[in-house]
Design a binder for this molecule. Structure first.
Ligand code: AMP
Ligand code: MG
Length: 315
């Protein structure tokens, strides 16, 4: 379906936001900046619009989508909020925290959004552009990362176009994403325990550990793949390595020369995109401390370094 659309690049002024909202209301796909990465938005109450997200991304149908809402009140229409969930939403919304909660069955959302689960993933984003789009459409918006499934997540409009040009109606160009890593996903279980399904910008004390294995559908071993071998914890590098540096290791692209982990998170996907496009055949990544947001950075790097196999591409 390449070339199905002439993808419009919209500016984040009133007319661009109005155009984005109108396109979304009509059931179209629009990539929208958030504080984490660019999301590929579509109205979450339309089976056809949601099916188009899966088609445009080439996303496997078992990988459910996060539904973005304008307010906590809107979120309550779609899920049952326990006191623990309520407290997390109060503390971190709007912001880069997704809550997986028991789904209300008569909420009017497309079945494909939740991939047949009886839970739903909800987030109230903080980015002013996404918030304006949500307010303007007055709709819940399903929005996975705006990239082809399994490929590197987008933190700029150019990254979105690199993999989805011609496959979506529009991208709202809001510059670079501030956080640069996907939201933390926390499931709040019936007994009140909190399980971290994906580490991210919000650091939570989980009631149970975030161990290995597939805890969430779509959290698969190979993801964010740049299409060439990636070596982690590299302290020795070869001339034909594209080196992603950190701190004292400079590299072809430094995540943060001062060794700042928040800056490294914000720059991670931009460096991976550069490494993917470089003529060099391999990518080597300097060691990144596994503390704070460094845990989420290492999680994404592990997946980028795992070669895709026949079935396990998430998005
Ligand atoms: P993305 O929007 O591309 O960052 O991916 C969203 C991720 O949210 C998916 O990979 C799923 O793992 C996760 N997710 C969405 N809905 C649920 C759910 N109901 N239960 C568990 N995980 C979910
Ligand atoms: Mg994704």
């Amino acid at each position: 379906m390449r070339g199905k659309y002439v993808t419009e690049t919209l500016r984040v002024e009133e007319s661009g936001i109005a155009r984005a909202a109108e396109t979304l209301r009509a059931g179209g796909l629009v990539a929208v900046p958030t504080e984490t990465v660019y999301g590929l938005a579509a109205r979450a109450d339309s089976e056809a619009a949601v099916a188009d997200i899966y088609a445009a991304k080439g996303r496997p149908s078992f990988n459910p989508l996060i539904v973005h809402v304008a307010s906590l009140d809107a979120a309550r229409e779609f899920a049952d909020f326990s006191p623990q969930a309520e407290a997390l939403a109060q503390a971190y919304w709007p912001g880069p925290l997704t809550l997986v909660l028991p789904r209300k069955s008569e909420a009017g959302l497309a079945a494909a959004v939740t991939a047949g689960l009886d839970t739903i993933a909800l987030r109230m984003p903080a980015h002013p552009v996404m918030r304006r789009v949500l307010e303007e459409t007055r709709l819940p918006l399903a929005a996975p990362s705006a990239n082809r499934s399994g490929y590197i997540s987008p933190t700029s409009a150019a990254h979105v176009l690199a993999s989805l040009d011609g496959r979506i109606q529009a991208v709202l160009d809001g510059g670079e994403c501030e956080r640069g890593l996907e939201s933390t996903i926390a499931a709040v279980r019936g007994d009140g325990t909190v399980e971290i399904l994906r580490p991210g910008p919000v650091e939570l004390d989980a009631g149970t550990g975030a161990g290995g294995g597939i805890e969430a559908p779509g959290q698969l071993a190979s993801h964010y793949a740049p299409g060439k071998p990636v070596r982690l914890m590299a302290t020795q590098v070869a001339p034909d390595d594209f080196v992603i540096g950190f701190g004292d290791i400079a590299g072809d692209c430094s995540l943060s020369e001062s060794g700042d982990l928040a800056e490294a998170a914000a720059r991670l996907y931009a460096c991976l995109h550069l490494g993917a496009r470089s003529p060099k055949p391999r990518i080597a990544v300097a060691p990144i401390p596994a503390e704070g947001i460094g845990i989420a950075i290492n999680d994404r790097l592990q997946r980028a370094a795992t070669p895709p196999d026949q079935s396990s591409s998430g998005s």
